[in-house]
Each structure stands twice: as C-alpha cells, then as structure tokens.
Ligand binder design. Structure first.
Ligand code: PEP
Ligand code: MN
Length: 346
C-alpha cells in the first residue's frame, strides 16, 4: 500500500485537491492525522509507476512509502520507532525499562483495591490493574463492580499517585470511563470488536490491546491498525497466550510473538504471564522469559488471598511474590542493558 507522508501545515484545500485527483484515477484514500502531520493511505486501486513518480515529486509530500504489510501504520516501514507511550504523568512504556502493571483480576471492593494500590506500589510496580467490567465465560460468574468499581479504583490509585489500566468492553463505555482511566485494556475476547477499536482510536488515551486467544500475529497487528488509523498511535500490544492442544496450562504463552513484533512493529509489547499460563507458579519464570524476549512491560494478577479471589485466583500471585518478581525483573533488565528503574520518568 502506498502512503504519502505530509507535514502538518498542508492546507485543507491542497489536501482536498489531492484526494479528488486520486479518486478521479480510481484510487481510494484514508487520511490519518498524527502528531507530526498526516498520512494519506492509498487504500484501494493501484497507482501506476508514473503516478507514483508524480506523487513523489509534489512539494508538500515529505515521503512516499510503499508499505508491503497490511498494517502500514503499525509496521516499521513507515514509522521506525520504537514508540514510547506515556502513561499517566510519570510512566513511559517502551523506554527500555520494563514497566510492571499489577493488581487484582477484578476490583472486589473499596478496602481491597485501596490496599492493593498501596501494596502494588510498595512492591515496585508502576501501574495498577483491575477489572470492573469483566468478560466472563459463564454469565453467572462475577461480572465486576462496573462504573462504581472504576470510581473506587481511580480514587485509590490517585491517592497512591499511580495510573490505572482497566478493561473496556463496548464503544458506549469509552466516554463514561474516559475521565477515570489512564490505559484502556481491550481484552482477548474483544480484539475483533472493530467498533470498539475505532472508538478508542478517536481519543488519545493509551490502549492495551490484548491478542485474541486464537488470533495470528497479523490479525492482531491489523486490529492495532484499526486504532491507529483513527489517529490514536498510543497502542501497546499485549501477549496473553493463545489456545493450543496443551491442557496443563490455561493458554500457551507465545513469546515468539514478542520477539517477532519487535521486528515487525514500532509499538511496545506487554506480556501477561498470568492469563498466559493460568498457574501462579509459572508467573515468575515466564515474566523473566518475557523480559528476555524483549517485552516492554508485564501485566500481572495479584491477590492478597488468591484462594478467595472472585476471579482468576489460580493465576494470582501474592504481594510479597510480586515484590520478588519486580526485584528479579529489575536485575535482569539491568543486566540486559535496559536500565533498572522500574518507572522511567521523562
Ligand atoms: C483480564 O486481564 O483479567 C482478562 C480478562 O484478560 P483476557 O482478556 O486476556 O482474558
Ligand atoms: Mn483475569
């Protein structure tokens, strides 16, 4: 796909003229604004070599890139990266240092999330996770505390001065959740929810896009492209394991995808070893493996009393295990030359 890269100061009239010119030649376009200008994607039809030359020579076209992947905005052919994404005021994902996001699978109550916010921060994690809208396999399972849970969680995190990541399930929730959320999590079941991805693309809040449990890397990157093509480039990909024939673990944590995405995309990659394994005893080794494979962050489920958790107790570690995990990640990260400060400020 051919992509024209244009500076911010191109006049609206000039842009409209160019789009009309291309349409008259049977070429469909998609205009995507970004921090530094505009990308004009030629999404349908194929421009002749002569036309390509003409487009390249236009004074207001900075670059004219032939992107071979079906996800030009997510790929490195257009943007080299690596992309650094600011989360809240003081955390950066993609800055070299792995960022640990930790907390309960579900927000269960005010006291619980207050204590967890404090414990997670004390353990050295930099972002608080917690679900309030829970996509459960069974309709009778705990469905989460909803918007009230989000208010409680956001308040608890604000008191501790750490940002939050929480799952959004449908487009209509984006607006109401927006003021409380630092990172919108899109769960594995919603990776294919294109109306949701488009809605998240219209804002600029970071999005943590989990891999569909049966999605290929290409499908996952095209899902990311849905968000980017609406103008939001703050997308982190999250590997959370895929379905395989293996039954001993809940999922198979595919770390190939982490190393692969580092080659294919400029977007940061976060790994969720909790859902990736479904077993708390595998969370530490797979966290270290994820960082060694190049992960920019980890998403870890933590509970003070895992056997009593309302969801995902089997894969939740305790706060003291989190402290140990963060310490080991820090040592590994430093030895890989990626720095050892867990929250990179800047
Ligand atoms: C979660 O993070 O609790 C969750 C529901 O994750 P996933 O969408 O990966 O199953
Ligand atoms: Mn969970």
């Amino acid at each position: 796909m051919l992509v024209l890269d244009m500076p911010r100061d191109v006049s609206k009239a000039m842009m409209a003229k160019l789009i009309r010119f291309l349409e008259l030649r049977g070429l469909g376009t998609k205009l995507v604004p970004h921090e530094d200008g505009f990308f004009l994607l030629l999404v349908s039809g194929s421009p002749s070599p002569k036309l390509k030359e003409r487009l390249r020579s236009l004074s207001f076209v900075r670059r004219c890139v032939d992107a071979s992947d079906p996800f030009p905005l997510a790929s490195t052919s257009l943007i080299k990266g690596p992309r650094r994404i600011r989360v809240g005021d003081a955390v950066v994902v993609g800055g070299g240092v792995p960022v640990v996001m930790a907390g309960p699978c579900s927000v269960e109550g005010e006291e619980q999330i207050r204590r967890m916010a404090r414990l997670v921060k004390e353990a050295g994690a930099s972002v608080l996770r917690g679900g309030v809208f829970k996509p459960r396999t069974n309709p009778y399972s705990f469905q989460g505390l909803g918007l009230e849970g989000l208010r409680i969680m956001s308040e608890a995190a604000r008191e501790e001065g750490i940002p939050i990541v929480t799952e959004v399930m449908e487009p209509s929730q984006v607006g109401v959740m927006y003021p409380y959320v630092d990172v919108f999590q899109v769960g594995t079941r919603n990776m294919y929810n294109y109306p949701l991805l488009k809605e998240l693309g219209k804002g600029d809040k970071p999005v943590l896009l989990k891999r569909g449990m049966s999605a290929t890397v290409d499908e996952w990157l095209q899902a990311a492209e849905y968000v980017l093509s609406e103008g939001n480039f703050n997308v982190m990909l999250c590997e959370r394991g895929i379905r395989t024939f293996e039954a001993r673990t809940r999922n198979t944590l595919d770390l190939n995808s982490v190393a692969l995405i580092k080659r294919l995309s400029h977007l940061p990659v976060v790994v969720d070893p909790s859902h990736g394994t479904g077993r708390r005893d595998l969370v530490l080794p797979m966290s270290l493996a994820a960082v060694a494979a190049g992960a920019d962050g980890l998403l870890i489920e933590v509970h003070e009393n895992p056997s009593r958790a309302k969801s995902d107790g089997d894969q939740s570690i305790t706060p003291s295990e989190l402290t140990r995990l963060v310490g080991m990640v820090s040592v590994l990260s430093a030895s890989l030359g990626r720095g050892s400060e867990l929250a990179l400020v800047g």
